[in-house]
Design a protein around this ligand. Structure first.
Ligand SMILES: O=C(O)C1=C[C@@H](OP(=O)(O)O)[C@@H](O)[C@H](O)C1
Ligand SMILES: C=C(OP(=O)(O)O)C(=O)O
Length: 432
């Protein structure tokens, strides 16, 4: 499918609104509720395709999950209550689903086959499979378990002290989840801090997770108790509108109820450094995840260097940061971001290729990209390549390109933001 987006001279973006629930938190809420004992109620779940795949996988293992819009109720019976799936578990496009699921399946004493779509088939699974094998899980798959399809038989595991070569919340979470029922203690140390939703949420479900800097430790033989979760708005989805409000002339946008967990707010720090007018108004609530209303106004941005420890804290926002950089004065260098090559697409290549079609001055480097701004963008026929974040970034880029931009494969956006185009349309106002 393709989407035609028309941009007239002088449009501006105005409005106060909220974005759908956080994808990382939604996945974990469904997974942890499914292996907990008792009822878990989830308010504000993201109903994008990735999270629906997580629900589907646990339903195929006999877990009773009822959904009414973004409200979900799960009747968990503990990890022992999971049943051997009769069908293949298909995660489609969702890296978080497959990697965390493997950590849970490693504890389940039955056999399961896991597959995904063509994008998942190219993404490395060995980063999770290797530590799980070390713990005693039996996993096999294409190229010795490096890629899907994977087959796993869980069972009795032994805790390990794992030092991960990558800062990845998916790796950290898979190992900690396997450690939940392993004999002894399991630790994961990562080179930089990645998002910590698993650690926070395991505590909410009654588990003990210890932290010593970058080392996270969990004792084995713990069980989870069902709970109630309110999912905050996804800062990774909000990011598209934060940048839109900054780069489209005469705009002002307020996004309410956005999750501002410090392991996710690298985007806000970087945009501020670029000169953005951003107001973050934190809310005094007592949830495990902090929340704020964020207001942006059109700003003059300048090019900066982005690299090091901040990268894992804004990894999914790099495509939209690259767009912001095309409008900034001077050069922006994004480095230390080779992880972008193993996302839904190679996001270094897809960002450079698609933004170049619209007239951006941008080049790929080994571990990121270099963007020369500011440049005037023109309408073009561009392609999401099946990557939701590339599709949304291009839709925001079209707001600067007078005329008609066509986004091919636009349906991918439903993976994390089902009503994205309606939302964007509501914010567009003609200049009067
Ligand atoms: O744990 C998670 O929910 C996620 C972790 C990140 O991936 P990595 O763990 O591969 O860095 C991120 O890119 C992904 O969108 C969601
Ligand atoms: C990388 C992403 O997700 P996942 O790894 O779950 O496919 C993303 O949402 O940008």
């Amino acid at each position: 499918m393709s989407m035609r987006l028309k941009t007239e001279e002088g449009i501006r973006l105005r409005g106060t609104f909220s974005v759908p629930g956080d994808k990382s938190i939604s996945h974990r809420a469904v997974m942890f509720g499914s292996i907990a004992e008792g009822t878990t109620s989830i308010h504000g779940l993201l109903t994008g395709d990735d999270c629906l795949r997580t629900i589907d996988c646990f339903q195929k293992m006999g877990v009773q999950i009822e959904r009414d819009g973004d409200y979900v109720e799960i009747r968990g019976k503990g990890i022992d209550g999971l049943q051997e799936p009769k069908e293949i578990l298909d995660v489609r496009n969702s890296g978080t689903t497959i990697r965390l699921l493997l950590g849970i399946l490693a504890n389940a004493p039955f056999h399961a086959c896991v597959i995904g779509d063509g994008s998942i088939a190219k993404r490395p699974m060995d980063r999770v499979v290797q530590p799980l094998l070390q713990m005693g899980a039996k996993i096999d798959g294409r190229e010795n378990g490096r890629f899907t399809p994977l087959s796993i038989r869980g069972g009795t595991l032994t805790g390990i002290d794992y030092v991960s070569p990558v800062a990845s919340a998916q790796v950290k979470s898979a190992v900690l989840l396997a450690g939940l029922r392993a004999d002894g203690v399991t630790s994961v140390t990562e080179p930089q801090m990645s998002r910590d939703h698993t650690e926070r949420m395991l505590r909410l479900f009654g588990c003990n997770v210890e932290e010593d800097g970058l080392k996270k430790t969990i004792k084995g033989n713990q069980s989870l108790r069902g709970t109630t979760i309110h999912v905050p708005g996804d800062v990774s989805s909000a990011a598209f509108f934060l940048v839109a409000g900054l780069i489209v002339p005469n705009s002002e946008l307020t996004i309410q109820n956005v999750g501002i967990n410090p392991t996710r707010t690298g985007i806000i720090e970087v945009l501020k450094e670029m000169g953005a007018d951003i107001l973050v108004e934190g809310k005094d609530d007592h949830s495990i995840e902090p929340v704020a209303d964020i207001t942006v106004k059109t700003s003059s941005l300048k090019g900066i260097e982005i690299g090091g420890d901040v990268i894992p804290r804004l990894i999914d926002e790099i495509p939209i940061i690259a767009l912001a950089a095309t409008q900034a004065d001077g050069v922006t260098i994004i480095k230390d971001a080779a992880e972008l090559k193993v996302k839904e697409t190679n996001r270094i290549d897809t960002v450079v290729k698609e933004l170049s079609k619209m007239g951006a001055q941008i080049e790929a480097t080994d571990d990121g990209m270099k963007i020369y701004g500011p440049s005037k963008l023109r309408p073009a026929t561009v392609n999401s390549h099946g990557d939701h974040r590339i599709g949304m970034m291009l839709a925001i880029a079209s707001c600067l390109a007078k005329g008609e931009t066509v986004i091919e494969n636009n349906e991918a956006i439903g993976i994390s933001f089902p009503r994205f185009f309606e939302q964007l349309k509501q914010l567009k106002h003609a200049n009067t």
